[in-house]
Design a protein around this ligand. Structure first.
Ligand code: THU
Length: 162
């Protein structure tokens, strides 16, 4: 028997001011995307912006539905949109943020498990790490080198066959 430890390593910046201009630009696109959320039920507006390897940026926001599970998170709206408009082009970075009228989102939003699973699939497909930038409306910023770091021991295609 042995004990195995899995660690998530990421960088915390004090604010957006500490990011590079490129990364700050992507966060601003994610903030723009949050304004396009359709979130009448949760009132929680999430925005995601992806930068592709060809330089194109794609935005997505959460889209809710009265049949709650039919809605989709901002991250998946963004990556499915990117993959359908630019199939085969790897993703370089994703920025994710959120806002709500009910309170100040004063710490970084962290993606749900389903979004991590979906992002991980594209990371593996392209054999290229997808950097992740997480922010709230205010407060610190987390930067993670790759999706795999956010989803250790994930379910992978190699388990489907022997
Ligand atoms: N949501 C996202 O869009 N991304 C996340 O990472 C977490 C949650 C959405 C789903 C739902 O529309 C609302 O936020 C509240 O859960």
């Amino acid at each position: 028997m042995k004990k195995i430890e899995l660690k998530t390593v990421f960088i915390e910046y004090n604010s957006l001011d500490e990011l590079t201009q490129d990364d700050r630009g992507l966060v601003l696109l994610a903030k723009e995307a949050a304004d396009t959320a359709y979130a009448p039920y949760s009132k929680f507006h999430v925005g995601a912006a992806l930068k592709l390897e060809n330089g194109v940026c794609i935005k997505g926001s959460n889209q809710e539905n009265v049949a709650y599970p039919s809605g989709l998170c901002a991250e998946r709206v963004a990556i499915f949109s990117a993959s359908s408009q630019y199939p085969g082009i790897p993703v370089n970075t994703i920025a994710i943020t959120a806002k709500t009228d009910s309170f100040k989102v004063d710490s970084p939003i962290t993606p749900c498990g389903s979004c991590r699973q979906v992002l991980a699939e594209y990371e593996r497909l392209f054999k290229k790490p997808i950097r992740v930038i997480l922010t709230g409306e205010t407060g610190s910023v987390y930067v993670i080198d790759k999706i795999e770091d956010l989803l250790p021991l994930s379910f992978k295609a190699d388990k489907l066959k022997k």
